[in-house]
Design a protein around this ligand. Structure first.
Ligand code: PMP
Length: 393
């Protein structure tokens, strides 16, 4: 775009890219392509009948308020249900400290609004969730990146980075991170919360995948270790359906107060009918039973992908072994370009996301994100075979 046109828009839009993944998905849409590129939950598992029955029940009742304006914080019985689910996992949350948002993605935008002044440092993982990079970018922060290890974020590096940059926020995904599939060990969780406690730093714990565990025992939430400084994001996108855009933020009082103002200014409140619909669904059906089905299916798909990678890829290619979530992360040997691999792969009708958009300041990387939730086992095996063919090693 030329400079005259650019100057008519706000500075905050400068240099914020379109979602790279949405661009890739356009290429991967052909029916001949086996796509590991998307980040979607598997639509075959959506609880369609149950949601239809819940909607019918609501619409055939006499409560006209289901279609009325509502309060900003969200439907209290829904917030109580969310608090109840946390309580069963040992996390104590007051429903008054829960704000219902238009997906977790809106949570990120609201947090950007209340915390980030232009030029402020924000600490994120590397690789990191590109939706958070995009959401925060509009507030023109300075990203401070901290590498991931197999145990989660590198805590020594994190401590140094905080001391050198004095960030406003640390944004972390401790369970089955997007993009890497890595989960923080209990020790890392402990250390991270200690580091943030000592420096009075708020940490954002983004947890869309925590319930989608298909292997191993659950770990403590960062909120468990540091409730007074943890802002916990949750969503029904991966456990029920993403189309509803139904997420939430758990925040300490002083954060909640400001979030409510930002939320009011943005959209008054989250779609009230859908809040009531999801509440009805949670009341009439057992979501944990449904989540168990999702975990069973994704577990089989992940296993198939790991077995195929093990079998078809040379030993020099490394990959993570997630215990949950929807992604795994492949690292090619030094010097290999995942972007060039993508170009060859798409000619063989297989797609994935090259690692580039998950880094804030790296152009050409040797990492790739592979999604396993949307392909069945034969497709996974065939897709990995096609990828192995174009590896050029
Ligand atoms: N955070 C992470 C880490 C995600 O992977 C996603 C979904 N891709 C989101 C937030 C956004 O989720 P929602 O649908 O609730 O907006």
């Amino acid at each position: 775009m030329n400079a005259t046109v650019t100057s008519r828009f706000s500075h905050r839009m400068e240099g914020v890219p379109r979602s790279f993944i949405r661009e890739i998905l356009k290429v991967a849409i052909s029916p001949d392509v086996i796509s590991f590129a998307g980040g979607l939950p598997n639509k075959e598992l959506f609880p369609l009948e149950e949601l239809r029955a819940s909607a019918d029940k609501l619409m055939s009742g006499s409560d006209r308020n289901i279609l009325q304006y509502a309060n900003t914080e969200g439907y209290l019985p829904l917030r109580e249900k969310i608090a109840g689910r946390y309580a069963r996992k040992g996390i104590q949350v007051n429903p008054e400290n829960i704000l219902i948002t238009n997906g977790s993605q809106q949570g990120l935008d609201l947090l950007g609004k209340i915390f980030i002044n232009e030029g402020d440092a924000v600490l994120i993982e590397e690789p990191g969730y590109l939706g958070a990079i995009q959401a925060f970018s509009l507030f023109r922060p300075r990203f401070v990146t901290v590498p991931m290890t197999h145990e989660g974020i590198d805590t020594e590096w994190m401590e140094q980075a905080i001391d050198n940059n004095n960030p406003r926020l640390a944004y972390l995904i401790p369970n089955f991170q997007n993009p890497s599939g890595i989960s923080y060990s209990e020790e890392t969780r402990h250390k991270v919360s200690d580091i943030c406690r000592r420096r009075m730093l708020y940490l954002v714990e983004d947890d869309p995948y925590g319930d989608i565990r298909f292997e191993g025992a659950p770990k403590h939430s960062l909120h468990h270790y540091l409730p007074e400084q943890t802002i916990l994001l949750g969503t029904f996108s991966k456990t029920v359906v993403p189309a509803f855009r139904m997420g939430w933020i758990v925040a300490p009082d002083e954060v909640m107060e400001r979030l409510v103002i930002a939320k009011q200014a943005a959209d008054l409140h989250t779609d009230y009918f859908t809040q009531r619909l999801i509440y009805q669904y949670l009341t009439d059906y057992d979501i944990d039973e449904h989540i168990a089905l999702i975990c069973h299916s994704y577990g089989k798909q992940a296993k198939a992908m790991m077995a195929a990678l093990e079998h078809c890829f040379p030993k020099e290619v490394h990959f993570t072994r997630p215990e949950g979530g929807m992604f795994l992360w492949v690292t090619l040997p030094e010097g290999h370009s995942s972007m060039r691999l993508f170009e060859r792969a798409i000619r063989e009708n297989v797609a994935f996301v090259p690692g580039n958009p998950f880094y804030v300041d790296k152009e050409d990387v040797n990492t790739c994100r592979l999604n396993f939730s949307c392909s069945n086992e034969p497709e996974i095996e065939e897709g990995v075979r096609r990828l192995a063919k174009v590896l050029e090693m």
